[in-house]
Design a binder for this molecule. Structure first.
Ligand SMILES: [Zn+2]
Length: 269
């Protein structure tokens, strides 16, 4: 079996393993997104609760002020009745002064009451807004969660299908080579990499020793000393470079550059 034949199945398996890794990486974003959604819903709920607390506080203040004013007014009424019964000027003046003080206090309490009533109205409005916002956001988040759960389900199905496919693909790889590959996978996730013609491992971008590169060129499959992936010389699998045109052309440097890059691309396969 030629090296090319031995590598063929392994390359396909390696691609699948790379796809699985990519998919699993993507899968890690699902719980993060789910947690973010939960968090934003929690924040919205907290806002509604804060508005509710504020409204409750203003309502009890409203009730307190209302009761206080009624009590003071009652007091004024009683004292005013008593005022006409006063015989001495001194007692009359003293009581009249007391009544005046209470009346002033009622006025300032009534001002507070009016201001509080305005705050109360605003707070009611804010709570209604927060509740409406919460309802809208809850619906939105809940539908996003459903979508996300479906994605997770699909993702799991895809992974399961890939696992089955992997079992099939692994059958096409020579058992000893497969064992070496899987050992390499335990280091890096994807256990196969080519070595570029310039002598760098495409798995880890490290330069390999020229002697090792020569061994690879002699159709061997070795391990990269840096990343432990199985490595092979890329040029052995690449199609032969396109033949150069016989007639020299007076092409502009730009055209020549294009041809050169095409040739490199062809060499890279
Ligand atoms: Zn490497």
């Amino acid at each position: 079996m030629s090296m090319k034949e031995r590598l063929e199945g392994l390359k396909i398996l390696n691609q699948l393993d790379a796809d699985v890794l990519e998919l699993k990486k993507m899968g890690k974003t699902f719980p993060v997104r789910l947690a973010e959604l939960e968090e934003s819903l929690q924040a919205i709920k907290l806002r509604t609760e804060a508005e509710r607390t504020r409204l409750d506080e203003l309502e009890s203040k409203h009730i307190g002020l209302e009761a206080g004013i009624a009590m003071e007014k009652d007091k004024v009424k009683k004292w005013e009745a008593r005022l006409v019964e006063q015989r001495s000027t001194r007692e009359y003046t003293a009581l009249a002064r007391e009544i005046d003080i209470v009346k002033k206090s009622i006025l300032s309490q009534e001002e507070m009451f009016t201001a509080n009533a305005q705050d109360l109205e605003k707070a009611r409005q804010k709570l209604t807004e927060a509740q409406a916002d919460q309802a809208t956001q809850s619906r939105k988040i809940s539908s996003e969660k459903t979508k996300l759960r479906k994605q997770v389900e699909k993702h799991e199905e895809e992974l399961a299908a890939m696992a089955l496919k992997r079992i099939e693909l692994a059958k096409d790889v020579e058992p000893t080579l497969l064992a070496r590959y899987e050992a390499a996978c335990r280091h890096t996730g994807t256990g196969l990499a080519s070595v570029a013609p310039v002598g760098t491992c495409r798995g880890c971008n490290m330069r390999i020793r020229p002697q090792l590169h020569n061994i690879l060129r002699a159709e061997a499959i070795e391990a990269c000393p840096s990343c432990h992936r199985l490595i092979y010389a890329e040029e052995l699998l690449a199609p032969p470079p396109a033949p150069k045109p016989e007639v020299p052309t007076k092409a502009a440097p730009k055209t020549r550059k294009t041809k050169a890059s095409t040739a490199i691309k062809a060499a890279e396969g």
